[in-house]
Design a protein around this ligand. Structure first.
Ligand SMILES: Nc1nc2c(ncn2[C@@H]2O[C@H](COP(=O)(O)OP(=O)(O)OP(=O)(O)O)[C@@H](O)[C@H]2O)c(=O)[nH]1
Ligand SMILES: [Mg+2]
Length: 295
């Protein structure tokens, strides 16, 4: 299944990002910590070109901290990339890190010229929330659904930086099925464009494979269910997802699982993990890969 959701305002948003980027010093690409790869939009990378980028992994309070730490290290291995994990639970840390990294990446601007940064990313990852955190007050509209921001918004920070918030951008067709499912499960694609049962089954399978103890604990299950469908059936039984006659309504159970995952009530969960470093270890110092020239 490929997924198509590319509302009209995104064509305009894309054009405006292309027009603005040349005047910017830095791109701040916002990624969801739970799916940093699936939420990195190839169009955003294309628009950025070779400008430096800060990859902010938002909602880190909802993600598996070990996976997030590995993602930050992995992303920083790419040229011109700085990365860090952010959460609304620690706004001061975010303000400090962004100010430091922007200064560092835009040294050519000198002390007297403000750093200009464009904030971009797929819908619902927390771009406008980041703007509000950096401003330390509510200046951008935020919402718990995709496509809340429809137009670019320019804001001036007290430290002189000039930020532009932008509408969440998708690309016309997501060909890779697991990527589309991850984006949908996390809430970057509107519920009207997805089928809850398909997404719920995908999520249930992932949870069973990587976070079985969390689902067993949350739904008070006697054992790990043998399949994604069995997990949804158990959830439906326990949470009133029954049709007349006592049959479990799998759609309802799937919807419940999707919403509980998004709200973080199952615990900190990541939907993907960075590639494992398989380079041979240095025989003298086994903590570094032998083939790493920087080691
Ligand atoms: N738990 C948690 N939720 C967050 C965090 N940052 C943002 N959110 C929530 O994520 C949702 C989306 O936030 P927005 O800032 O509107 O996202 P956006 O990227 O601007 O979305 P669009 O404008 O639709 O592209 C809101 O419900 C926020 O409260 C975070 O660090 N932790
Ligand atoms: Mg927004």
């Amino acid at each position: 299944m490929s997924l198509q959701w590319y509302p009209g305002h995104m064509t305009k948003a894309r054009r405006e990002l292309v027009a603005l980027m040349p005047s910017q010093d830095v791109m701040i690409e916002v990624l969801d910590s739970r799916l940093p790869k699936a939420s990195s939009n190839p169009l955003v990378a294309e628009i950025r070109g070779d400008k430096p980028v800060i990859k902010v992994l938002t909602k880190s309070d909802l993600a598996d901290p070990i996976a997030t730490r590995a993602w930050v290290t992995y992303l920083e291995g790419e040229p011109g990339v700085k990365a860090f994990a952010a959460t609304t639970e620690r706004p001061q840390v975010t303000r400090k890190r962004i100010a430091e990294l922007c200064k560092d990446l835009a040294q050519h601007r000198g002390a007297d010229k403000p750093v200009r940064a464009l904030i971009a990313g797929v819908p619902n990852v927390g771009k406008s929330t980041l703007v509000n955190t950096l401003m330390n007050r509510l200046v951008a509209k935020v919402g718990d659904k995709p496509a809340v921001t429809k137009d670019q918004q320019l804001v001036h920070l007290a430290n002189g930086m000039v930020l532009t918030d932008s509408p969440g951008l998708m690309w016309p067709k997501i060909e890779h099925e697991p990527r589309a499912f991850r984006l949908a499960f996390a809430g970057s694609i509107p519920d009207t464009a997805i089928d809850y049962l398909t997404i719920g089954l995908f999520g249930a399978a992932h949870l069973l494979a990587h976070y079985a103890a969390l689902v067993v604990g949350r739904y008070k299950l006697p054992a790990v269910p043998p399949s994604a469908e069995a997990l949804l059936t158990e959830i439906g039984r326990r949470r009133g997802g029954l049709r007349k006659g006592g049959q479990v309504d799998l759609h309802k159970a799937a919807e419940l699982l999707v919403h509980e995952f998004r709200a973080g009530v199952l615990g900190p969960i990541s939907l993907e993990f960075p590639p494992v470093d398989t380079r041979p270890l240095d025989p003298v110092d086994p903590l570094v890969p032998a083939s790493d020239p920087a080691a």
